[in-house]
Design a protein around this ligand. Structure first.
Ligand code: 5AD
Ligand code: FES
Length: 342
């Protein structure tokens, strides 16, 4: 297992020759534990309504975006498209939207569960214990909830709590685990005030939570948000994200780790490919109908904003072929048991 001192050293490492050693180690563990298959997870951005005011996020409450909420039928049709394209998982993601009511979401999950073999991942923000239990009961398999940073003070600065209760995403991940979900967390890299020590804490937190999925992406300032004017750390957040992807793989060998859309946004040429060569094993093609996609603007100039689902699918398959990786079959669950330590 990788030690705290090693994590901190790698986060400070700038020598390309030494970094190549980190990439190689992460890639070796990824190949040995997860194989060469890249899992494709179809992402459906089901609603951009949000009651929260996270200071980094372009769809925060009050932001000047056109709001939409997909109907259960529209969501179901996207899930059918995920199946048609051969994906093993559909991810239903949204702002924290109370309009996505318990029963509506439950019925949508049941419909997908009944008609497809898809694993169903939810990413709907901080929801009540009753909702999380009902959705698990309805057939949801996984839940993604990034904790964004393990620095409590920084977290509170970027993520104002709701009036009624404090925000504790770490605790919620524990509740999700107890309900039998596979759990996904993750962080943004390059937040104003974030330090390398914070990132080392994040990597240790990934391991402590024993995450099944770890999403890491560069923070991208959105001009219409309060955080946009604040000074960011002096590091290259793209490169720092690769360090974090590699360290996440070393700390959590069996986790599913995506090459994120935020990485594709800062490096359209090969951000995702570089992540896949440095520990990642998942891509999340966007299945959101194009008429809604442009409104899910959590950060500006998002990759794949106008491409339709079949275009992204073809694009990603081509990219995988170029780097000698294959498309995964099946659901692509995390490897939780005794595959071995690095
Ligand atoms: N830059 C980068 N990532 C962002 N996210 C939200 N806003 C931004 C931004 N401005 C990420 C958060 C969230 C995930 C869905 O998208 O980590 O959890
Ligand atoms: Fe969407 Fe390449 S993945 S266009």
């Amino acid at each position: 297992m990788i030690t705290r001192a090693e994590i901190v050293d790698w986060l400070h490492e700038d020598d390309p020759v030494r970094l190549a050693e980190l990439w190689r180690r992460a890639d070796d563990v990824r190949r040995r534990v997860m194989g060469d298959e890249v899992q494709l997870r179809g992402l459906v951005e089901v609603s951009n309504h949000c009651v929260r005011r996270c200071t980094y996020c372009g769809i925060r409450a009050g932001a000047p975006v056109t709001r939409y909420r997909m109907s259960p039928l529209e969501i179901f049709e996207c899930a059918m498209q995920a199946t048609a394209l051969g994906y093993g998982t559909v991810v239903l993601q949204a702002g924290e939207d109370p309009g996505l009511e318990l029963d509506i979401v439950s019925e949508t999950i049941r419909a997908i569960r009944k008609r497809t073999e898809l694993a169903i991942t939810l990413s709907l923000g901080e929801r009540s214990g009753a909702e999380l239990a009902a959705w698990r009961q309805a057939g949801a398999d996984r839940y993604l909830l990034r904790f964004e940073t393990s620095n409590r003070e920084l977290y509170e600065r970027i993520h104002p709590a709701r009036a009624d209760e404090p925000s504790d995403r770490i605790a919620m991940l524990g509740r999700l685990r107890a309900l039998g979900y596979e759990i996904g967390g993750g962080v943004m890299v390059g937040l104003p005030g974030q330090t390398r020590d914070d990132l080392a804490d994040d990597v240790e937190m990934f391991a402590r939570l024993d995450l099944d999925m770890i999403g890491v992406g560069p923070y991208l300032p959105h001009p219409a948000t309060p955080l946009a004017g604040e000074a960011r750390p002096d590091w290259d957040s793209e490169l720092m994200t690769y360090r974090m992807v590699a360290l996440a793989r070393l700390a959590c060998p069996g986790a599913n780790i995506p090459g994120t859309t935020a990485l594709a946004t800062v490096n359209r040429a090969d951000g995702r490919e570089l992540a896949l060569a440095r520990g990642a094993n998942v891509l999340m093609p966007n299945l959101t109908p194009t008429r809604y996609r442009e409104h899910y603007e959590i950060y500006p100039d998002k990759a794949c904003l106008r491409e339709t689902a079949p275009v992204c699918d073809g694009c990603l398959r081509g990219r995988l072929q170029t780097i000698g990786r294959t498309v995964g079959s099946g659901r692509g669950d995390a490897r939780r048991t005794a595959v071995g330590e690095p």
